[in-house]
Design a protein around this ligand. Structure first.
Ligand code: DLL
Length: 430
């Protein structure tokens, strides 16, 4: 059984020693058991013994999504098929899926990381966690489920959708904690609002874990305010177990990335060079404590930075900032690089904006932002709609330096997805 405080408050020196020991094991295991790595190492003229310090990690090859796809289904497995007990896949938007395998120990270790995250945010045995992520090949629900059971909370395996039933479950079983995507949390808020339900009355919610898709600080605030809860940011990806890679503590000032299980690096996505702490770049992760699928220097495509300084909570694992965007999410309009999240931040900071929006790329020069606004504004008078449209247009323009066309819509007009939301419609590639 893990001793939580010991590992979370471990001195940096002891943590680095542990990382080194585990890195050596991981590299040996990958080299010995995965032909892909063996070939790669020989091409680069390196051997496991060349990894003698943490800095030497830079000698290792990157692993990319394309590599995982190419070696699908069993090519990246480091153990026999008899040893694996679970499969998850991550499909992404295009191409072959990626297969992620777990041994029994891997399942248990992933659950321990989740347990660590939950306890860190104050969860105890008397809590009730409603797990509103999709159960199935997606890691989001199952990995959380096992971790929450490890803590001993009551887990309601609700999955997403059927929002009225979700609300009934929350009331009947006195749910205290939600595990939910930000887009579904916004939708849930809109349904409760329409039903005239007040989260402060007849509900016992205390907190929510939001992750699996990007969202802004403004969205966090909006959700916290509506539900009267604490929202904690949760980051992870299937290739690294799923949720539980990095998680916010009660300070809510960036996510502690569990460095006893992963080595993180921030690189320049164009050159692959390592960037110093504090600078923005692509997050690269190496697993340190996995049996079935050790992965070296995985390029996550996620843009973030390592936050400098120590966290007040005393945990020594460094923190990453909210994910700023993905290298493959970036859109270019009129030659300007834009992350959809910049637009979301502007929208969610405007009071009259409701919960849902969509960005439509009409051409290389023109984009339309379609945004739902509160229904009281559709009262037949047009002046305030025109003013609001101008305000939104101007605020987005000053954030991204491109003037979008803005369409104001009534709540409920845009599609809601049960899994990850699709915010950008690219008509240029349709
Ligand atoms: O989304 C795992 C997960 C489930 C994390 C539940 C948190 C909660 P994938 O489907 O493989 O796995 O997608 C991983 O989602 O590379 C990020 O781009 C994005 N992502 C995940 N968490 C966050 C977050 C799960 N908190 C991809 N903020 C990652 C922004 C996130 N983006």
């Amino acid at each position: 059984m893990f001793r939580q405080k010991d590992i979370e408050m471990i001195s940096r020196r002891a943590l680095e020693e542990l990382q080194m020991k585990r890195l050596k094991q991981t590299v040996r295991q990958a080299y010995k058991n995965i032909p892909f790595y063996k070939e790669y190492f020989s091409k680069l003229h390196i051997q496991p013994k060349d990894i003698a310090s943490l800095k030497d990690i830079r000698k290792l090859p990157f692993t990319t999504r394309e590599d995982l796809r190419e070696y699908y289904p069993f090519g990246m497995l480091a153990v026999t098929k008899e040893q694996v007990v679970r499969l998850h896949t991550s499909s992404g938007t295009t191409g072959k899926p990626k297969a992620i395998f777990f041994t029994k120990k891997d399942v248990d270790r992933a659950a321990e990381l989740i347990a660590r995250c939950l306890i860190m945010t104050g969860v105890a045995k008397d809590d009730v966690l409603q797990n509103m992520m999709t159960y199935g090949l997606f890691t989001g629900a199952l990995v959380m489920h096992y971790g929450a059971e490890k803590v001993g909370v009551l887990v309601i395996p609700a999955g997403p959708g059927n929002t009225k039933r979700q609300i009934a479950l929350m009331q009947d079983f006195k749910t205290t904690t939600l595990h939910i995507t930000p887009s579904y949390a916004l939708y849930l808020a809109s349904v409760m609002q329409n039903e005239g339900l007040d989260p402060q009355k007849n509900f016992t919610l205390r907190r929510a874990y939001l992750g699996s898709e990007p969202y802004s600080e403004e969205t966090r605030k909006k959700i916290e305010k509506f539900f009267h809860i604490d929202v904690y940011n949760s980051y992870g990806l299937s290739e690294m177990n799923g949720p539980g890679v990095a998680f916010e503590c009660r300070e809510k000032n960036g996510m502690h990335l569990w460095e006893d299980n992963f080595i993180m690096e921030i690189i320049d996505p164009d050159t692959g060079e390592t960037k110093p702490d504090g600078e923005k770049g692509e997050l690269v992760l190496t697993t340190l404590y996995r049996e079935a699928m050790p992965i070296l220097r995985y390029r996550t495509s996620d843009i973030t930075r390592i936050l400098p300084g120590k966290c007040k909570c005393g945990r020594t694992h460094r923190r990453i900032s909210r994910i700023i965007g993905r290298t493959d999410d970036m859109i270019i309009v009129r030659g300007v690089n834009i992350f959809p999240q910049q637009i979301e931040r502007v929208l969610m900071g405007i009071k009259a904006v409701a919960q849902n929006y969509q960005i439509v790329l009409e051409s290389y020069d023109q984009m339309t932002v379609r945004v739902e606004i509160v229904k009281e504004l559709f009262d037949g008078k047009v002046d305030h709609l025109v003013n609001l449209r101008n305000e939104i247009t101007e605020k987005i323009r000053s954030e991204i330096l491109v003037r979008p066309k803005v369409e104001l819509l009534e709540p409920g007009t845009l599609p809601v997805s049960e899994g990850k939301s699709i915010r950008v419609i690219d008509k240029r590639t349709l």
